[in-house]
Design a protein around this ligand. Structure first.
Ligand code: NAD
Length: 375
């Protein structure tokens, strides 16, 4: 099957959905892989390695799109690309489906089967395909590294003949996949780490990483059947903010990762809380792409508040470690393909749809088939 690996210039996306290692595996499965030259350059994957792994380079992306039975890319496509694809083709990428009703309608009317990486269920069986986790983990790591580089303090405690340097204090809000990796990274760098999450089950995981779990009584909180946090009421958020203000004021780095799947991220760090922090402190908002946890944070550049707090303005921290982010992301794509591809028949194994397919296949045969998005 003709497979086109589409680049992503509109989002300045540097990650790639296929590495030379996964290209080799996909070629063995029978895919004829195509891409434009240099597509992996920014994540340090070389054309010659792709070529050796079976990728053919093309100079006409529109033609490749038309011919492809499978299109792989990292982010949602421009609408024009959907119209160029062949009926019956499969398109795999992150799709942001909760905010992209029109794009889903376009996929449906083009007769393209759209697969959303973020909708792959977080089950044990689908663990190898879990791109949300693979990317969140690297984002959590990179957030700490980027914050530490901006901070004019050292993170670890140092006892020197010239005196003792106290460890920097890091506060992580939201201890899911990204938050736990941020905690682990900050601990490895020697910081004193505190964390909070609305899911009580997380407390043990935070403590096992050597961090302190901050207790805030919010009344009833919970998680969905899929393991995601439930949205808080405005009163609960106000209570959380009041309790966190003091901890933010004492912290040198605050990293927020609090998301509510399928909804806008809650605003947890207000301007008033930023005003209470020490000059030189650094705030990282890992929920920026889904609305942001920090008031005043914006993509595309750091913001420095009047009292000297730097809010990092990156929307995609995993992109700062694009080589490794691509390595694991490409493995997620390859695992999805291997699960659904019948090598003998050289055809998709979509029927009957299993639990994974029911979760992530959004459009098929001219219709939006996912119950959450069908209108
Ligand atoms: P996420 O990105 O949706 O959210 C990040 C964290 O923010 C979560 O821990 C959430 O509880 C927390 N949060 C939400 N609102 C908050 C608030 N107001 N204050 C503080 N924290 C808040 O979550 P995720 O990291 O993608 O993980 C979601 C769930 O999926 C977790 O339970 C995780 O263990 C589970 N998971 C399961 C598997 C698997 O079984 N294969 C794999 C990965 C993740």
């Amino acid at each position: 099957m003709f497979c086109y690996i589409a680049g992503d210039p509109t989002h300045h996306e540097v990650r790639v959905p296929v590495t030379p290692a996964t290209a080799e595996g996909l070629t063995k499965l029978g895919f004829k892989l195509h891409a434009t030259p240099g597509f992996g350059r920014d994540s340090l994957y070389r054309d010659e390695d792709y070529r050796a792994a079976g990728i053919t380079f093309v100079d006409d992306p529109a033609d490749a799109l038309r011919r492809a039975g499978l299109v792989l890319r990292v982010r949602k496509p421009p609408a024009a690309d959907v119209g160029r694809m062949a009926r019956g083709a499969v398109h795999v990428s992150f799709l942001d489906p909760f905010n992209e009703g029109e794009l889903l309608a376009a996929f449906a009317s083009a007769g393209v089967a759209a697969v959303s990486m973020e909708m792959i269920p977080r089950t044990t069986l689908a663990q190898k395909m879990d791109a949300l986790s693979s990317q969140a983990s690297l984002a959590g790591y990179a957030a700490v590294i980027q914050a530490a580089a901006r901070l004019r303090l050292a993170l670890p405690m140092m006892m020197t003949p010239a005196g003792t340097i106290l460890p920097a204090r890091v506060f992580v809000i939201g201890a899911g996949v990204a938050g736990l990796q941020a905690i682990a990274t900050a601990k490895r760098l020697g910081a004193r780490v505190e964390a909070f999450d609305t899911r009580p089950a997380v407390e043990e995981q935070v403590r096992s990483l050597g961090a302190k779990f901050v207790k805030i009584d919010l009344g009833q909180t919970g998680q969905t059947a899929g393991g995601y946090a439930q949205a808080l009421t405005p009163e609960q958020i106000a209570r959380q903010q009041a309790a966190m203000a003091k901890i933010c004021a004492q912290s040198d780095i605050v990293i927020t990762t609090a998301k509510v799947f399928g909804r806008k991220a809650p605003q947890l760090v207000t301007t008033a809380m930023l005003d209470g922090m020490r000059a030189g402190s650094v705030v990282v908002d890992l929920a920026l792409e889904s609305g942001g946890n920090v008031e005043g944070a914006r993509e595309g550049g750091d913001v420095v508040t009047p009292n000297g707090i730097t809010i990092l303005g990156h929307g995609c921290f995993e992109g700062t470690v694009a080589h490794h982010a691509s390595q694991v992301l490409a493995a997620n794509y390859a695992a999805w393909i291997a699960h659904f591809w019948d090598e003998k028949r050289q055809a998709w194994r979509f029927d009957p749809p299993d639990e994974i397919l029911r979760g992530c296949l959004l459009t098929r045969d001219g219709a939006v088939v996912h119950p959450q998005f069908a209108r």
